[in-house]
Design a protein around this ligand. Sequence first.
Ligand SMILES: [Zn+2]
Length: 347
Amino acid sequence: MSQWSSILGHQRILDVFEQAIDSGRMHHAYLLTGPPGIGKFTVAHAMAAVLNCTSRPDSFAPDCGQCSTCRRIEKLQHPDVLLVDPPKRQIVIDQIRDVQKACVSAPYEGRYRVVLINEAHAMTEEAANALLKTLEEPPDRTMLFVVTDQPHRLLETIISRCQRMRFGALDEQLVADALPRFLNSDDDDDDPPQFDQRLLNIAAGYGEGSLGRSLAMLESGMLEDREQFLSELFDVDPRSSVDWLDVAEKLGDSTEHLEQRIDVLTVFFRDLMLFKRAEPDRIVNADLRELIERRADDFSLDAIIATLEALMSARYRLRGHVSAQLLAEDLVDRLRRPNDRALDPPA
Ligand SMILES: [Zn+2]
């Protein structure tokens, strides 16, 4: 299957790449930025195929998806397509040195050597400085795609040497319609899981234009468990410290789960706000309308806004090395006494 033709959205960016190929004015390095899970790496990976596809004329054409080059690039098994991504938390200097060594010679068989640096913000300082050298003296017939959702963590000098492509959120309806294709794509199962349209729409609402986040929500099973999770949470007696500690312990039992639960809480509180502001049509948890109505009076608008800020801050801190348990305890303390803590700054 053609990688280029199956890209979801981002038409303006695809047009820029098409024109660059047509006019023979490809930049040697592109920086692809934007929220996680919206297809930045997918576009860079597809460009590697487009640039090298053996059946492409000199002008732009999508990769054919059939030739041996396309097939090997799709599996990242082509000698001229190099992937650099953080094996754990960091991209280290040896990984960049390997790229530099490869770039000394001409591409083995492709038109171009394509270097895909995914999660580029994870480069150590030494790795970033080494990459900068490569960007300052770009090797012949080599194209770099630097991909990140956190460009503020890159060296200014790296950013300025790349042509920047800013990816925006995808249209939620586009995501909702595309989800089934991605959910069942690598399932050889005769009986792939079926999701009803209502749940797909809710998942798209949760993802806020990120296909990756919508998929993760669906696959985690958290969407089906929303109602139970929220009801249990809000049914705890506000006076019982022991019960709330229990809730905190469950909430923070793993970083991954906490992230999804924070997402569920964030969307729920946003829905509460929409309900209080009499904008019920925009509610994402359309199927939890009754629960939203029932809980709306427990939280002042100030408390809702403060809780949303606390959730946002928790989500951000979760990306660092903060303990999930500590974050969970702070969140639970807010949920337990929402209106008292409305004026406290987020932790
Ligand atoms: Zn091809």
